[in-house]
Design a protein around this ligand. Structure first.
Ligand code: ZN
Length: 254
């Protein structure tokens, strides 16, 4: 690490359990961010600022005026442009040492398997159940950890899944592919700080998982009610016979 890096990261290098070793681990890590909205754009900025080695950004959407109250990486001038592209430019200005690749495409059945190749972890910045099911399946196949986050109105939730899924998986939690979405931010609404708080929990879990600076509550469903200021933490309802994480079924299907 050169003098410039020592100065830049000096405050986090002082944190016990992070230190030089944590910084070096971070600088060689690669994280895929699926979705560059309220969750993903904030998570990407914090990971870039902290000095992660490589970030891959995926989002097919363009920036809309209604994104600006919570997606604070973007400005009025960016409306109409691809989120992944604008975010990549911003991260490059924030920390030129971070390698950023961006894909203005959807994470789907066709693109998912290759997007999760050659990364160490995946951050969920999506706003829908169907994409989370795909992230869960593709990361389980590669034994990669992923960090789920969701927020709507005044509530949010997080789960950190290990690569092995020994604690259960997203399919155990919400198995139905055909489940009608109860509605997202576009129909139900969201406050900026609510989604930001959930995103920062994801970032802390990523930093904890990569460097060991913090315990990661793997497999715990953490639910936040920001209107009542309450938090609940429950173990995942691991499902026997789950097609993604049940070891007997996984063995049979191989
Ligand atoms: Zn499962």
């Amino acid at each position: 690490m050169n003098d410039n890096e020592l100065e830049r990261y000096s405050r986090q290098l002082l944190v016990p359990g992070f230190e030089l070793e944590g910084q070096e681990v971070l600088s060689s890590a690669s994280v895929l961010i699926v979705g560059c909205g309220g969750l993903g754009a904030l998570a990407a900025q914090y990971l870039a600022a902290a000095g992660i080695g490589h970030l891959a950004l995926v989002d097919a959407d363009r920036i809309e005026l209604s994104n600006l109250p919570r997606q604070i990486a973007y400005t009025e001038d960016d409306v109409g442009r691809f989120k992944a592209e604008v975010l990549a430019e911003r991260l490059g200005r924030m920390n030129s040492a971070v390698r950023v690749t961006h894909y203005p495409i959807s994470f789907d059945e066709l693109s998912g398997a290759s997007l999760v190749t050659a990364v160490d972890a995946v951050v969920d910045g999506t706003d829908n159940h169907a994409t989370r099911l795909l992230i869960d399946r593709f990361t389980a196949e590669k034994a990669l950890p992923w960090f789920m986050g969701a927020a709507v109105q005044m509530a949010g939730q997080n789960v950190a899944f290990t690569g092995s899924r020994g604690e259960g998986c997203y399919h155990c939690l919400a198995p139905q592919k055909t489940t009608e979405e109860a509605g997202g931010c576009a129909t139900l609404g969201i406050l900026g700080p609510v989604v930001a708080t959930v995103a920062l929990r994801q970032v802390l879990d990523v930093l904890g998982a990569l460097t060991g600076v913090a315990e990661v509550p793997w497999g715990m469903l953490r639910q936040y009610d920001f209107r009542a200021d309450t938090t609940a933490s429950l173990p995942l309802p691991k499902r026997v016979g789950c097609g993604v994480c049940d070891p007997d079924l996984k063995t049979q299907s191989q």
